[in-house]
Ligand binder design. Structure first.
Ligand code: FAD
Length: 386
């Protein structure tokens, strides 16, 4: 068993994955330096679905009460463009909490500010890392080099840390999605699989979160021209229910545009440097498991650091436990995305009339276990123990 109170850790990236990791490590006694390139992290992003696995980690950290007001989705369903149900709620699926990203970010940043074992350095951009634990950092005053026993890179899908060492990474880009927050009361609590791709709308705390594909030629053209009317028009003909939601947008800049990035690495650790969250395994968003998986990574990594004799052994155990589970989820999410975003009429007919009735009959228990990757109770206990 390693004593974490003598461990100096640098965490690169202060979003969901990095913040959760820093908090768990500090709770376990380690000295943490958190490096985040954004000087004043603030409310960014639209909404996010936090599933039972991610929620268990947050609850283990004592952050459950601060998030308890966010709506729970129990009856989410998948419909076609005319609102006909393709898949009714899978009752075995545990409810998902829908949050504004800004709410989650504020809760995590407040917890970091209150944790004396975390030295958070905002406005600090990591330029390169060395397998022996050295980190080159640029900040307002110039550049410095830091040294740690362990570097955890949670710097996202375009990770600089990953690029500076040989993790055998493959990065691919896919379809673009837009996301937005519009006033409360407009959510349909459904995801529509339509001739223009996916459109979802769910209530979050005091707002409605909407997301939509931007993959068809008409939608791509609207995005390229930043033409909100053309975007509204393309969506309203594919999914009339989108109309009031898109009408609530005042200007193009109310939409956040995000291209899906998928990352596969041959290895997650090189020397004293390890990857976590999107830096290790960015995935298609269709199962809503990217950020949840980052939090599961954090809980399992800190548990491994506590349970093994030294850092190298803990990193081997972390990757051994996480890689198969997360690969399964990423593969399923990517397949689901391809299915949901199919826009060719014949492919949609086959999906809606042949495949979905079969899917409806499959036992959901195994699928739920695979999506959540770890039992929430184990994650809650691991996070609470840290
Ligand atoms: C359309 C869409 C919808 C999604 N919906 C969901 C959902 O409902 N549920 C879910 O679980 N996931 C969802 N995801 C996935 C989720 O957003 C990501 O998996 C998650 O945000 C990854 O978190 P992270 O902390 O690993 O990385 P990021 O969120 O990318 O954070 C990386 C951090 O590192 C910082 N950074 C980057 N480079 C450096 C550097 N060189 N030095 C210092 N700091 C640096 C960045 O500023 C940032 O703060 C969705 C994704 C998309 C595209």
């Amino acid at each position: 068993m390693m004593q974490l109170d003598s461990l100096r850790v640098i965490v690169v990236g202060g979003a969901i994955g990095g913040s959760t990791t820093a908090l768990l490590l500090a709770k376990a006694g380690a000295h943490v330096t958190l490096l985040e390139r954004i000087a004043h992290p603030r409310a960014v992003g639209a909404g996010i679905a936090i599933a039972a696995n991610g929620m268990a980690v947050l609850e283990g950290l004592g952050l459950g009460p601060a998030l308890a007001d966010a709506p729970l989705v129990r009856n989410g369903r998948i419909v076609d463009g005319n609102g006909r149900a393709l898949l009714e709620p899978m009752t075995a699926m545990p409810p998902v909490r829908m949050l504004r990203r800004a709410t989650l970010a504020a809760v995590l940043l407040d917890a970091i500010a209150a944790e004396p074992r975390i030295e958070a350095r905002f406005g600090s951009e990591v330029l390169a890392v060395h397998p022996e634990g050295r980190v080159r950092v640029r900040h307002a005053q110039g550049e410095t080099e830091l040294q740690a026993d362990l570097i955890i890179a949670a710097d996202g899908a375009h990770s600089v840390v990953r690029e500076s060492l040989d993790f055998g990474a493959r990065v691919s880009e896919g379809i673009a999605y837009v996301r937005a927050l519009v006033p409360a009361g407009l959510a349909r609590e459904e995801e529509a699989w339509t001739s223009a791709g996916i459109f979802g709308s769910f209530a979050v705390d005091a707002a409605t979160y909407l997301y939509a594909s931007a993959g068809t030629p008409a939608l791509q053209a609207a995005v390229a021209a930043r033409d909100l009317d053309a975007f509204r028009q393309a969506w309203s003909s594919a999914y009339p229910a989108a109309q009031p939601l898109l009408a609530a947008l005042a200007r193009w800049d109310d939409l956040l545009l995000h291209r899906v990035v998928q990352v596969h690495c041959a290895r997650w650790s090189v020397g004293r440097v390890t990857l976590l969250g999107d830096a290790a395994h960015a995935m298609a968003p269709n199962l809503g498991q990217g950020a949840n998986s980052a939090m599961v990574d954090a809980a399992i990594l800190v548990d491994a650091l506590r349970s093994f004799q030294n850092v190298p052994a803990a990193l081997v155990a972390y990757e051994k436990r996480r890689r198969p589970a997360v690969t399964r989820v990423a593969t399923t999410s990517s397949r689901l995305g391809a299915l949901a975003d199919a826009t060719a009429p014949r492919a949609r007919w086959l999906r809606d009339r042949v495949l979905m009735p079969v899917l409806r009959m499959l036992p959901a228990k195994r699928a739920v276990r695979d999506v959540l990757q770890e039992q929430p109770e184990i994650l809650r206990r691991a996070a609470a123990l840290s």
